[in-house]
Design a binder for this molecule. Sequence first.
Ligand SMILES: [Zn+2]
Length: 259
Amino acid sequence: MREIEDFTDDRLKAWCIHCGAAIANVRSNRDHVPTKSFLTKALRGRGADYDRGAGDDLDYLPQVFICQGCNSGFSPDENYFLCVLHAVMAGSLYPDQAKHPEAATVLRSNRHVVRSLKQMPDGQLSLFDDLQPFTLFPDFEKIRRVVIKNARGHAYHELGEPLLEAPDHVAFVQLERLSPEQREAFESVGTDADLAAWPEVGSRMTVHLLNGEAMTGGWITVEPGRYRYAIDWSGPVLVKTVIWEYIATETRWGTIDPA
Ligand SMILES: [Zn+2]
């Protein structure tokens, strides 16, 4: 993505968006939104080059400042989510190194996650390794925390808006599970931004809108096939993401008025 400077009110940047800690009083670092490991190694490498001042203009990867405690607190859950994605895509907790090199490497170096994924929700071991159909019973709470982390980060990055409250609605589902009508509603882009629906002056989203690169609720692709997100702020702030074209997520702050 092209890096866009954020000119929203600096007073909004005084707190960690996840825990509300005053940034001035705590150690803070840059946190990638989306979770960096969801992107390909090639793109992560180009993003790191860009951060060093060496890369191409379009290689910026979105980042926000958060406190170090939150940053390292998310890592185990993000790692867990990554293992789930790899296992599902490869169809095994022990993927073939030749067929699925990335999945094999990630899962081999995360044996503790693999062990926990072999547990059924009732705590019994299931012996389904490499049997069809391959089914996982991941810990939804861990996945939910990663979904919220990224949604909050996207809203902050694009709109300059810290959403310190807990979201009012969080959902995630396999994209293929959506009915055609649900899929259409999920994919649909809001209206062309009218003035009433413009985000805060100076936010990155205003630049996207001015350049015609996005619309209210329109999709911003971080990496094709890996990650895209959309934000609709015309009513309650609604953040939608699609991870690996496999999982669709929706996180909303605020309630929808009954029509
Ligand atoms: Zn924090």
